[in-house]
Design a protein around this ligand. Sequence first.
Ligand code: GLU
Length: 905
Amino acid sequence: MIFKTLFLILICSKCVTSEVLTIGGIFYSDSEDLKAALVVSAKMYDFNVSMREVPRNGQILDLNGVVCELAEEGVIGIIDGTGGQSTEFIQALCDMLELPHVTIQHNDINDKNAFILNLHPSSAAYNMVMEKLVALKEWPNFTILYIKGYNIARISSLLKMNTHNDRYIVTVRELSGDDYRDALILARDSGYTNFVVDCPSANLELILKHAQEVGLMADEHSYIFVSTDLFTMDLERYRYGGVNMTGLNLRDLEHNDDLWYFTDMFNKESGLALESDQLKSKILLIHDAVLIFRKATEKMKKYFTKPVDLSCENFTSWNQGSSLLNFMKTNKVDGFTRSLLFDGYGDRNNVIFDILEVTPAGNQTIGNWINSDLKISREFLGSTEIVEETIMRNRTFKVLISTSPPYGYVKESTHQLEGNDRYEGFTIDLIEKLSQILGFNYEFETENDYGSWDNKTKKWNGMVLQLMEDKADFAICDFTITSIRQSAVDFSTPFMTLGIGILYKTPSKQPPAMFSFMAVFSKEVWYYMVLVQLCLGLIMIFVGRISHKEWQNLVPCIETPEELTNQFSFANSVWLIIGSVMQQGSEIAPIALAPRLITSVWWFFTMVIVASYVGTLVAFLTVEKDVLPFETVEELYKHKSISYGAKKIGSTKDFFEHATNPTLMSMYKKMIENNWLVENNDIGVAKTENDTYAFFMESTSLEYYKERHCDLLQIGNLLDSKSYGIGMKKGSPYKKYIDYGLLKLKESGEIEKLKNIWWKEKRGGGKCGIKQDEELKQLGLKNMLGAFVVLGAGSIIGLFISIIDMLWGVFKRSIKYNTTFKYELVEELKFALKFNGDIKPVKRPSRVQGSTETLADVEAKDEVKSLPSIRSGRSSDTHRTHHSHSSKHSSSGLSVAFARRRKFS
Ligand code: GLU
């Protein structure tokens, strides 16, 4: 019975002491991540949470309401995620209620007796670090970049750095809006290359992006970032640009287990998928705030009582508030942001920052800020020197090479060579250049089997196996990056791209074909020329018909002809056009300005076309062409008399072996059945030269052999696309350094230079010289376009002039015969667009009854005075007559008879 009572008492006491305490939280409504962090941290440390949201631009009364509500709920303290004036107001209320107030945003606390703890490092701490960093970098000048409206108290001392001496030139630039490029361009143009960036972490990404876009991320640029969140971002794209970026880190990178657990819970709560090192400082500070509450309440456990009946209205305060705050300030706790100790003002004591730099080899810690002292473990480095820091420095690696030209050769020498000296070639030089950048040593070992998966033994062989078994560190040769090899070893970034090509003997020449003269112009040019002639014929007829000067009196001896005639019939127009194309001319000669203009442009066009044709025709009739026995791999397959093959062991053979295309599969079968595969490229090339054999080879090697065997050429397009890389063991820690070195060599053009040396100069390179490209160049529309454009423009101008001419005539007639302009225009157009009848009556019936004769006579007299012969076509002062549009032209009369006679003569 006694035991039973004791047991009940124990349980009851446990109930009281283990009562779950509540922490209050006040956040802006859009701070989802901070709210999630508080929920998760509270769960981790057994607290309840009572959270309130306030709008960013809310009223003081809103804040008053939420703080008082929380106090009445009995929270043991408030974690404040707001900052600025809101924090000041919350602080005032918490002071009154004697409720611990923990803030994670940057605030300057001036009141020693305030009930506040500021987890964000103080402005004083930031200012000290920044001053030291700037001094250490020995910048003679720097520009402060800050975001409009952002408090730059953390770097205020930098602004004063030039007040007492003229050692520093300090410029300040404000970035505003959501496009910083204009301000950054101004900063760039001022010529200063050093920057201190103070901005909220949310703006960092955009600043970096825009700085890169305006060219402020190059070798000569150097940055210090005040935000402790720089290294939570992905800085990969800035690593190789040469820019020097230094920043601070607040988190304790050692705090692994708890941090991983917290990150996992945080991701679940927030729906994000962040890594531990991507969590922003404020999220970690929320955790640390909850942690100090937990540690302090644990310490006070025995005499801790939760606040009851707190009320803003009654001005009651919590009698244990100040004790709790004191425990929180003095209790030594290590959080995610390291030691959480506070001074009398509630600011963090002895805050620790890591100083990090972005380098091509990743983010590197270069020092720390501890006990108000900056300790730098290595000098700030320029991008070119950073490589010296790599873990490869002074180490000796075993490098596999192959003696496959031009990647590796055994050196020819009169005396015995030793060690690495025995070899030369493209890859030998490449590894030497890499070693100079990365500072490592190497020993060569030759291996001519690059490595493939043996399905029978279920094992890798060659270089791949050696790398896998750690027998060598790197393999460098024409080592093709393939997916299957990539599953076993790692490859560096590619240093050459290529594809499989077909090497074959240069075929015999064949004389030109029977209709090779047609090949001078491409088909389109021929089509367009026919089309242009037809269109121009129609234009000439139309222009001829509406041009008054083209209507001529056939019989000059008749002063007042009844009808006029026009030479621009369809037949005549086409004859004029064809005559000039054939360079023969014709007796048709335009008289009016517009037809003359169009004809001149046409003559110009024909001159260009004929000159181009004749100039090119000779080549087409004389040059003999290579007639290739096949042009594609399919044609090669069908060509029964040509054998083909590839290197016996290598990615080219693998390409055929694993092909899904039926032709390639059948080709592979034939290669195996007929034993057409060869031991190495040299043998394949010799076989190609001496037999009827096509050799499948990688385009880079193919280029090399073509330079030395002038009777060989590449046929068709590449069958695939791949690259060469340096092979190394899976997960090799050296990959990123090798990648960096290769990128540097690529960027500086070194790899291209080496390629030129080993392909075109050394070991018989350049023997074939520059092969004359004898391929005949057909004249296509692209070549002749200019002539077509001139013709089009000339025709349009001619058409335009003739229309003006016609309108002017129409206008004059409408005045003369007292008709409307529209009436005359319609009549004129009707006649012109008939495209029929080259005779036009002169007389016109009057629209006023009884006056017909008189009017027509007057018109004829007025306008037909003398007409020279049409045949001459050289009329300069032709008098025109107007015609009657309403009448059909008469088939009788003297002038008609003359006109007909001329027409058929
Ligand atoms: N580069 C090839 C390889 O890595 C060898 C040459 C070839 O197959 O054509 O296997």
